[in-house]
Design a protein around this ligand. Structure first.
Ligand code: XIL
Length: 315
């Protein structure tokens, strides 16, 4: 294998608009190594939805055009999330029917604009808590439980070919979330809701055992849906020690985590392997760079780290 583009399933990265527009090294790494991209922030509701019926498309369009020019799959992230909700939505007061209407308008505007260009969407992000109960949100409190099925239904109407995911973190440590996710997925499938995959963010760290990482992936696969490791990074300084350094021992341990995740994905039935997405390209554009940390597979100079070799060992 010369680059990750030749991996047996798609490997991708979250993309941030600054370096995408301004750094040739960043762009070249993405073009040469990735098969798939996700917007790190540009498709979140507070970035796109500037008011009811008003949208900011510039960044999302730029990213989708870049993907089309370079033959990259685009994974949309994320239609609804309890964070990154625009102020006009948080402050909206209306009946249940009006809340359903604003949800439908937003989802269908976004999914419809990129119909045929965005292959898959995180429809819902982080809706289950560590204890397995539903997380409070404006959608849950104003619409009730049925908002979950409706969100998938509206997205499916806007692009019947898009693959639709429920994405969350913490499957590698919360058994309650694993169980609740399985129950939710089964009940949605039984009710005929168009859900096609489970996204595991997997913001993890070198203290987490590789068995935990592997188990999270296997448990999600019991739904029989697609499995996407959607936001992978392996922190080496989870305690955020300001004086931490990136030692050889930590690099070796990090490599082992990347190897385990890559292999667990490959061990799934082939038709469930949606792929792995890193949450950033190089260590210096990771959202945890200031912790400080070195959580990704390329270093700040876009050189392959031992973590990259871990991926190669796993596939
Ligand atoms: C993060 C981005 O990386 C940051 O730049 C932003 O400030 C906050 O969101 N789970 C998710 C992602 O689903 O959208 C989050 O991304 C990281 C945690």
């Amino acid at each position: 294998i010369e680059t990750l583009r030749e991996a047996p399933y798609p490997i991708g990265a979250a993309i941030s608009m600054g370096p995408l527009r301004n750094s040739e090294a960043y762009r070249q790494t993405v073009i040469q190594e990735m098969s798939s991209i996700t917007a790190e922030n540009a498709m979140k509701m507070n970035f796109i939805s500037t008011g009811r019926g008003e949208y900011f498309w510039e960044d999302a369009d730029y990213l989708v055009d870049f993907a089309a020019q370079n033959n990259l799959r685009v994974h949309g992230h994320t239609l609804l999330w309890y964070r990154h909700t625009p102020d006009w939505v948080s402050g909206f007061s209306g009946t249940k029917e009006e809340w359903i209407a604003i949800m439908r308008e937003y989802i269908q505007a976004v999914v419809g604009r990129y119909r045929g260009k965005i292959a898959s969407w995180d429809v819902l992000n982080e809706i289950i808590l560590d204890d397995g109960t539903l997380r409070p949100s404006v959608w849950l409190s104003n619409i009730g439980l049925e908002y979950i099925g409706l969100a998938f239904k509206f997205a499916h109407e806007a692009d019947p070919n898009a693959l639709l995911f429920y994405n969350d973190y913490g499957h590698e440590y919360s058994h309650n979330r694993r169980l609740a996710t399985k129950q939710l997925a089964d009940s949605l499938v039984n009710a005929g809701v168009p859900i096609h995959g489970i996204g595991l963010q997997m913001h993890t760290n070198t203290n987490r055992s590789i068995d935990d990482l592997r188990y999270a992936i296997m448990a999600a696969a019991t739904t029989k849906l697609l499995v996407h490791v959607s936001e992978l990074d392996v922190a080496v300084n989870p305690d955020q020690n300001p004086n931490a350094t990136f030692t050889e021992a930590l690099a070796a341990r990090q490599q082992e985590s990347y190897r385990a995740v890559a292999q667990a994905m490959l061990d799934l039935p082939e038709e469930q392997q949606f792929g792995i997405t890193f949450w950033g390209v190089s260590d210096d554009n990771s959202f945890m760079r200031d912790n400080p940390d070195w959580p990704l597979v390329f270093d700040s100079n876009y050189q392959r780290k031992s973590a990259y070799r871990g991926i190669l060992q796993g596939i």
